[in-house]
Design a protein around this ligand. Structure first.
Ligand SMILES: [Zn+2]
Ligand SMILES: [Zn+2]
Length: 358
């Protein structure tokens, strides 16, 4: 009996070794395996994005502060025929690509304001949607000043665009597709919501939020088939998010935990690091998790998702500290967003399905 077991074990080991050797030394076996991985990765999300739901994916939930776990501000919304990117911070494209999400048919990019962490990823998203088949200039919606940002990127990347058109040909990379098309959204005052876009059942509304000295700064609301998502943009606690977010299914709200950032500031100050000043300054134009929860309660939203998370939350304990005080005012329907959070809101339903794409 022992001999039989030993023989079986030996056979398994030999098979395993042979398999490993084939994988490690055979180009053909390696290529076949890679081919299968590539195909299965690419097949993923095209099928999932059905037109009978509003789909929201967070592709960046970080801030300008370095965070290996979070790209800078980025979300993408799929609503039937239309696709909107909401802010385009650095690293957002890397996440979209990693999750296998299509970007070839972007209707437009909605920019809440022009801090670097909301625009620095624009060139990557533009290039990859251009490569995926976008022929027209990429529509860039934003507050007054968006034309400066568009012209600046167009100029900075004009040489790069020229190389790509020359290399791959204008049939592949259309000349027009190289550029941004700025669309200035003028929201005249705090009480007015401006319809930025309306077509095929999709409505996008811009409203003012408070992020002085950045002025104006906007939040956006997207409605589709009776479902809705609101993006606060960067703002301190502002009733406008509740007013224009009233009844929204989801509010994606920025959050900075002041009680944690204070400690960071103290630590930097103790080392004589001049950046301690930044840790104090930033607190006056962002909202704390508790403040965002109050706003979400006032709006009567089903789900509050924190984004633009400051500071970095490397573990469960840090997340617990970040959320301190939130459960006192909001017991359910609140979560810390992460890169790869996918929310599916089916039409004709109250449901919010949460899927982790990581
Ligand atoms: Zn900002
Ligand atoms: Zn920001």
């Amino acid at each position: 009996m022992k001999r039989l077991v030993a023989a079986a074990v030996a056979a398994v080991l030999v098979l395993f070794a042979a398999g490993f050797a084939a994988l490690w030394f055979s180009d053909d076996v390696q290529d076949a395996m890679l081919r299968r991985v590539v195909q299965s990765n690419m097949a993923f999300n095209d099928a999932v994005l059905d037109p009978e739901a509003l789909h929201v994916v967070l592709c960046g939930t970080g801030s300008p502060m370095p965070d290996p776990d979070r790209a800078q501000s980025c979300a993408i919304v799929y609503a039937g025929e239309h696709v909107f990117v909401v802010d385009a911070g650095l690293g957002g494209w890397d996440r979209l690509a990693a999750f296998g999400l299509p970007v070839g048919n972007i209707t437009g990019v909605l920019i809440t304001h022009f801090h670097s962490d909301h625009i620095s990823g624009l060139p990557d998203i533009a290039l990859n949607s251009w490569a995926s088949g976008r022929r027209e200039a990429l529509a860039l919606y934003g507050p007054p000043g968006v034309e400066t940002v568009a012209a600046g990127f167009d100029l900075a990347y004009s040489l790069d665009d020229g190389y790509r058109i020359a290399h791959h040909g204008p049939d592949f990379f259309s000349e027009e597709g190289a550029n941004f098309r700025p669309i200035t959204v003028d929201v005249p005052d705090r009480d007015t919501g401006v319809t930025v876009f309306e077509d095929a059942g999709v409505k996008v509304t811009a409203f003012r939020v408070s992020h002085e000295p950045v002025e104006p700064a906007y939040g956006f609301r997207i409605d589709y088939k009776g479902r809705s998502v609101v993006f606060s943009g960067d703002t301190k606690e502002d009733r406008n998010v509740a007013t224009f977010g009233a009844g929204a299914d989801v509010i994606v709200h920025e959050a900075l935990a002041a009680h944690m950032v204070d400690l960071l500031g103290e630590g930097l100050a103790a080392r004589g690091d001049r950046r301690s000043k930044v840790m104090y300054d930033i607190q006056d134009y962002h909202a704390t998790p508790v403040q965002a929860a109050k706003v979400a309660n006032e709006a009567g939203t089903k789900l509050l998702v924190y984004t633009h998370v400051v500071p970095r939350l490397p573990n469960a304990l840090a997340e617990r500290v970040f959320l301190r005080g939130v459960s006192d005012i909001r017991k359910r329907g609140v979560m810390i967003g992460y890169d790869g959070l996918y929310l599916r809101l089916p039409a004709g339903s109250e449901k919010i399905e949460t899927i982790d794409l990581r």
